[in-house]
Ligand binder design. Structure first.
Ligand code: AMP
Length: 191
């Protein structure tokens, strides 16, 4: 299986690149943000709980997030690989993912991080907010909080997977196609 963690701060282009990667590699795309938004849309207890945290630009607690992620993976047993988009976001999520994949006889293949300066992230997210309908995309202080949470809690995951030689960095500013080529070259070098 090809298990790719598409990594980077909010607004770095993970969703855009995931769409291209699905097509080229035939992978299942799992975005925990999308899963939460779907639960919120259905007004499930999980969605109502998650919304409390998302509306402040904070992380949803690990015990909720990890269970939801595992359910989604378990519901798709026959895929040839998975793009994890927005997961893991804490070291304990990364450890849980490693344990969970190892029980299934597989592992994270590669982590590709998209590198984009903070001011560019804020600009992109505010622009996306005009059409995304996401409250957390429309308020600059919430956006800055999401970036701060990324730097404090999520960024260390890059080093965590570096220890296993699995982390790669790609410039996330430029044309969608050239960024995609860079990501694909890292994947192709391993597979
Ligand atoms: P995203 O669509 O990836 O930008 O995620 C939107 C929001 O959903 C984040 O700001 C968090 O509040 C929440 N979220 C998404 N994925 C996770 C995760 N792996 N762990 C905790 N919270 C998450």
């Amino acid at each position: 299986m090809l298990n790719l963690i598409l990594f980077g701060p909010p607004g770095s282009g993970k969703g855009t690149q995931a769409a291209n990667l699905i097509e080229k590699y035939g992978l299942l795309h799992i975005s925990t943000g999308d899963l939460f938004r779907s639960e919120i849309g259905k007004k499930t207890p999980l969605g109502i709980k998650a919304q409390e945290f998302m509306s402040r630009g904070e992380l949803v607690p690990d015990e909720i997030t990890i269970g939801m992620l595992q359910n989604k993976v378990n519901a798709n047993p026959d895929v040839s690989g998975i793009i994890f988009d927005g997961f893991p976001r804490t070291i304990s999520q990364a450890r849980a993912l490693d344990d969970f994949l190892s029980e299934r006889g597989t592992a994270v293949t590669i982590l590709v991080a998209l590198d984009v300066p903070d001011d560019e992230l804020v600009k992109r997210i505010l622009l996306r907010g005009k059409t995304s309908g996401r409250n957390d995309d429309n308020d600059e202080s919430i956006i800055r909080n999401r970036i701060k949470v990324y730097e404090e809690e999520t960024a260390p995951i890059f080093d965590y997977y570096s220890e296993y030689g699995k982390s790669r960095k790609v410039g996330g500013v430029g044309s969608v196609d050239s960024i995609f080529e860079n990501i694909a070259s890292h994947i192709d070098a391993l597979c």
